[in-house]
Ligand binder design. Structure first.
Ligand SMILES: [Fe+2]
Length: 446
């Protein structure tokens, strides 16, 4: 009898090994430069190998093979579910070229996907879709994004924190569902991310393991940067300022890295003139909830009490052009602003030679928490705001012209806001340059 039970258990164990070695949740992100691509996926059991087979789309032949590795991920929930997260770096890719690929091992292979590499030079016009706060349920913008990805609308997608609601829920099964759901876009264009508050469980472990971003920051996708066309994009975590139970060292490390990265980016501005940051919680907003950008002073902007490390001065000092945020389930575009003072603010379009960074908050992709509303009177720092579900499109045409538009999914894809930013000169802002441009200031400590 005992022998029979052992045999049955052994059979079930072997069956499980066979059943759960299929690759799933395939997604890609740019490597440390445009000739590299990270390909990531999940298997529920160890497969020993992690391969990507790839080749030129035109030949329809997966004649190249890259080898990577997998990490065993143990979720922090009560069931301590495990999975294996595979990551393979493709290198020496030809620029501006479409590749086909599939992923897997001798235990199972995925479907075939494709992606187009970026050009490595700055003289092209990358196109982005940008949003935050997209969940599994009520992911209203996803269908439109899937269609547009198929139609080659985008060179990258930027997800500005808050995924799945939440990736750790139901012992990380919600994270699995989410990653399967976005495969339809994230396996085809680089899906670039930053962490939000909904990723905080178990020290952001679901986020850190599942997403593989460039390794030039902390190496765990919390902060990093990359060049794309005429733009240098910096992604970082606002959440290190809020979950202090995981330590404050990360605030110091991130701040020091941000400054070094900005110094380096400024030395390279002749080649990559635009600097854009993306992180989850905005410095300014006009929402009517209890978040710190509306009712209280933003600690991202001014720093933590007794500790500091506020980021507005740093970003102003090093001439960041655009700051992208999410967290508020709405869209809000501000006039150029620094230190609660609107610079170059007028109702004229477009922004011409703005005297301070431009903030855009776009956290309305759709999630179970629904919309966030606004305070009734629109403050004068705000150029446009809407709480329709939707997402932002961004394109950098060249060194002087960038274009932004807001897609309303509620209004069936209608463009509800659009604007150009025109800058003949990028770099460090100074009060001297801004003389006469900055008008009025917001009340202190609203
Ligand atoms: Fe959030």
């Amino acid at each position: 009898m005992l022998f029979l039970l052992v045999a049955i258990n052994l059979f079930i164990y072997i069956e499980c090994q066979v059943l759960y070695q299929q690759p799933e949740q395939v997604h890609i992100s740019i490597g440390n430069n445009a000739s590299e691509m990270y390909v990531s996926w999940v298997t529920m059991n160890d497969t020993k190998n992690s391969f990507v087979q790839y080749g030129l789309y035109s030949l329809r032949d997966l004649n190249l093979k890259a080898v990577g590795s997998s990490s065993k991920f143990v979720d922090g929930g009560s069931q301590k579910r495990t999975m294996f997260i595979h990551r393979v770096k493709l290198t020496n890719l030809k620029a501006d070229t479409v590749y086909t690929y599939n992923v897997g091992s001798n235990s199972g292979w995925s479907d075939i996907f494709f992606f187009k590499t970026w050009r490595t030079d700055p003289n092209w016009s990358p196109r982005f879709a940008i949003y935050g706060d997209m969940g599994n349920s009520n992911a209203q913008s996803l269908a439109r994004l899937q269609q547009e990805t198929r139609k080659n609308f985008y060179d990258a997608i930027l997800h500005v924190g808050d995924f799945a609601y939440d990736m750790d829920s139901d012992n990380a099964r919600v994270g699995d569902q989410f990653m399967r759901q976005i495969e339809s876009i994230a396996a085809y264009v680089p899906y670039m991310t930053c962490p939000g508050n909904h990723e905080q469980a178990y020290n952001f472990s679901n986020y850190r393991f599942r997403f593989g971003m460039p390794r030039n920051g902390d190496g765990e996708s919390i902060y990093y940067s990359y060049d794309v066309g005429p733009v240098h994009i910096i992604s970082f975590s606002t959440e290190v300022y809020f979950y202090l139970q995981y330590g404050t060292q990360q605030i110091r490390n991130q701040f020091a890295w941000l400054e070094q990265d900005l110094i380096k980016a400024n030395k390279n501005r002749a080649e990559r003139p635009w600097i854009v940051t993306m992180a989850h919680r905005p410095m300014y907003c006009s929402n009517n909830d209890n978040d710190d950008c509306s009712k209280y002073e933003s600690i991202i902007r001014t720093g933590l009490p007794y500790l500091g490390y506020g980021l507005e001065d740093l970003f102003y000092q090093y001439g960041v052009d655009v700051m992208i945020w999410a967290h508020e389930h709405s869209y809000e575009r501000l006039w150029p602003i620094y230190d609660r003072t609107v610079c170059n603010g007028s109702l004229a379009q477009p922004y011409i030679e703005p005297g301070a960074p431009i903030h855009i908050t776009t956290g309305s992709a759709g999630c179970r928490e629904r919309h966030d509303g606004f305070i009734p009177i629109q403050p004068y720092m705000t150029a446009f705001r809407s709480d329709d579900y939707g997402y932002t499109r961004m394109q950098f045409f060249n060194s002087s012209h960038a274009y932004f538009e807001q897609v309303s999914d509620d209004k069936k894809g209608e463009i509800i806001d659009k604007t150009w930013i025109v800058k003949s000169k990028h770099g460090i802002y100074s009060y001297a340059d801004n003389s006469g441009k900055c008008k009025g200031s917001l009340p202190e400590n609203p």
